[in-house]
Write a protein that binds this ligand. Structure first.
Ligand SMILES: *Cc1c(COP(=O)(O)O)cnc(C)c1O
Length: 485
C-alpha cells in the first residue's frame, strides 16, 4: 500500500505539468497575445503567398519539453510565412478562408471548458447553442424548424451527410445502384464525387448537364435527360444544384430545378458551401429563390461567414432519412436514451465526440450582431465589380458578369499563344506573392481566377493586386521582347 501511494504521488508530480499554475497561464497568455497581435497588426504588409519547394524541417516531435517561446518561434518561421496565408485578405485564389478573432475567443472558451457537444444529455447547454445556430440557419434559408441539421468540420463532410441521407431515403443499394441517376453540373465540387464513392455509389449513373454562358445548368437539358433516362427504364433519383460554384461562383436556377425535382419525386440537394451566405445580401437574394425547396443544403461558415477553418453545416428536411445511417445506440450510451434524438449532433453525423464548434459561430454572432457580416458580404460583391472594371481598363478580358464574388480574366496577347502568355503571367504572380490568385481552365481557356471572400480583403487589397498584376505583366512583356528581338 505504501509503495502504491508513493508511486501515485510520483506520477502526480510529473503529470501536474498538464495543469499549469495561474502564473504560468498568465505567462503563456502574454506570449500568445504578443504573437496574435503581431500576426494581425502586420498582416496587410506581409506577402500572401510563398511557394515552398523544400520539405519543412524542424517540426519533428522529440518527446522533450520546450519553452513556449521556442515553439512560437518555430511556428513563426516554419508555418506562417510558407504557402498561402489564408488569414490574409490577399488570399483571393481558390476559395479564401476567414479567421475572425471572435471565433478564436469562442474556440478558446470551448477548449478550456471542453464541453461535450455530441450528445444533449452530456451538455444540454453546448448542444442547445449548436441547435440555436442551426435554427438560425434554417430561418435564413427558409427551412422548417423541424428540419435536421449538423455543424460539421466543413463542406465535404456536410455533403457526405446529405448524400448519405438522399441515398437512404431512396433506398439506393444493391441492383438499384447502377440503374439510378444523379444530375449535376460539370462544375460541381469534387467533394461530391468523393462522397459518392465513400458511400458506395461509385457505380451510379452521373449525368453532367449543359451550362449556359453564365456557367449555370440549362433547365431544358435537365428535363430532357430525365425524360430520356425514364424512357430507358432508369431511375432518376437526385439532382444536385450549386448555389455558387467554386470555379465561377455561378448559382444554378434553384427554383426551376426544385420544381423539376418535385415533379419527378427526386431528392433536391443544394451545395452552397461557397455562395450560400450571399442570400443575406439584399441585391443577391433573388438568385437564391427556391433554395427553400431543397431536401438538403450545405453551407460553409468557414467561407461565407469568415470563420477560421473547421466549420461547415448541413440542413436536411427528412428526419428518418438522416437517422437511418447516423443514429446509433450502444450499451455504454444507455444513460442518454430518452432524450429527443434530433437534439443530439451525434445522431446526424458520423462523429460522436467532436469539437464544440457551435461556439465559434454563436459567440461572434452574439458579440457583433449580424450587420457587419452582411456588410462584409456586400463589400465583396462590390470589390469584385471594382476589380473587374480596373482589369478591363488595363486591357484584360474578363469572364461574364459573375453571380457572386468569383470571376476570371486573361490577357489577349497578340505576341504569343494566349494560354502560354497567361500561364507565364500566373507563374510570375505566384513568384511575386504579394497577393495570391489561382488559375483554372474555363471553356478550354487558361484563365486567372479571383475569388473575393476574405473579411480582410479591402479596396486597398484589390489596388495592391492590380499593381502586382501590372508589375508582373511588365516583367513578362520585357522578357518576351528580349526573346523576340
Ligand atoms: C469549398 C467547397 C466545398 C468543400 O468544402 P470544404 O469545407 O472545403 O470541405 C464543397 N462545395 C463547394 C461549392 C465549395 O466551394
Amino acid at each position: 500500500m505504501k509503495e502504491l501511494l508513493h508511486q501515485i504521488q510520483e506520477l502526480e508530480n510529473i503529470s501536474e505539468a498538464l495543469e499549469p499554475s495561474e502564473q504560468q497561464r498568465k505567462d503563456y497568455h502574454k506570449l500568445i497575445l504578443q504573437f496574435s497581435n503581431e500576426f494581425i497588426n502586420t498582416i496587410h504588409d506581409r506577402n500572401s503567398f510563398l511557394e515552398v519547394k523544400e520539405p519543412i524541417k524542424g517540426l519533428e516531435i522529440t518527446g522533450q519539453e520546450n519553452s513556449l517561446e521556442h515553439i512560437l518561434n518555430l511556428y513563426n518561421t516554419k508555418v506562417t510565412p510558407n504557402g498561402i496565408n489564408p488569414a490574409s485578405g490577399g488570399h483571393i485564389g481558390y476559395i479564401p478562408g476567414g479567421g475572425i478573432y471572435a471565433s478564436a475567443i469562442g474556440d478558446y472558451i470551448a477548449d478550456v471548458s471542453n464541453e461535450y457537444a455530441g450528445v444533449y444529455f452530456g451538455s444540454p447547454g453546448a448542444v442547445t447553442i449548436e441547435n440555436e445556430v442551426l435554427d438560425w440557419l434554417k430561418d435564413i434559408f427558409g427551412f422548417p424548424k423541424n428540419a435536421m441539421g449538423n455543424l460539421t468540420s466543413g463542406g465535404s463532410i456536410a455533403n457526405l451527410i446529405a448524400l448519405t441521407s438522399a441515398r437512404d431515403k431512396h433506398k439506393i443499394k444493391g441492383d438499384k445502384i447502377n440503374k439510378s441517376v444523379i444530375y449535376l453540373s460539370p462544375q460541381t465540387h469534387h467533394c461530391i464525387d468523393k462522397a459518392l464513392r465513400i458511400i458506395g455509389l461509385e457505380d451510379i449513373q452521373l449525368r453532367y448537364l449543359e451550362l449556359d454562358e453564365f456557367h449555370r445548368v440549362k433547365i431544358n437539358d435537365l428535363t430532357q435527360k430525365i425524360k430520356d433516362d425514364q424512357q430507358n427504364g432508369l431511375h432518376p433519383f437526385l439532382v444536385i444544384a450549386s448555389a455558387g460554384t467554386t470555379d465561377t461562383g455561378a448559382v444554378d436556377p434553384l427554383q426551376e430545378i426544385g420544381n423539376i425535382a418535385q415533379e419527378n419525386n427526386m431528392w433536391f440537394h443544394v451545395d452552397g458551401a461557397y455562395g450560400g451566405f450571399f442570400i443575406l445580401c439584399e441585391n443577391k437574394k433573388h438568385l437564391f429563390q427556391g433554395i427553400e425547396m431543397a431536401d438538403s443544403l450545405v453551407i460553409d461558415p468557414h467561407k461565407g461567414l469568415f470563420l477560421p477553418y473547421g466549420t461547415g453545416a448541413v440542413l436536411i428536411k427528412d428526419k428518418e432519412a438522416v437517422l437511418h445511417s447516423h443514429h446509433y445506440t450502444a450499451n455504454y450510451m444507455q444513460d442518454t436514451v430518452g432524450t429527443d434524438l434530433s437534439m443530439s449532433p451525434a445522431e446526424v453525423s458520423p462523429e460522436l465526440t467532436k469539437h464544440f464548434r457551435g461556439l465559434r459561430l454563436w459567440l461572434p454572432l452574439q458579440l457583433h450582431g449580424i450587420k457587419p457580416f452582411i456588410a462584409c458580404l456586400d463589400e465583396k460583391i462590390l470589390l469584385t465589380d471594382y476589380f473587374r472594371k480596373k482589369l478591363v481598363e488595363m486591357g484584360f478580358e474578363i469572364g461574364p458578369t459573375p453571380d457572386l464574388s468569383v470571376s476570371y480574366f486573361w490577357y489577349p496577347s497578340q505576341k504569343i499563344a494566349q494560354d502560354t502568355y497567361n500561364e507565364k503571367l500566373m507563374k510570375l504572380i505566384h513568384e511575386d506573392g504579394r497577393i495570391f490568385l489561382s488559375s483554372s481552365t474555363i471553356d478550354d481557356r487558361f484563365v486567372i481566377r479571383m475569388a473575393i471572400l476574405s473579411f480582410r480583403t479591402k479596396k486597398k487589397t484589390i489596388d495592391k493586386a492590380l499593381q502586382m498584376i501590372q508589375d508582373c505583366k511588365n516583367k513578362l512583356e520585357k522578357e518576351l521582347s528580349l526573346i523576340h528581338s
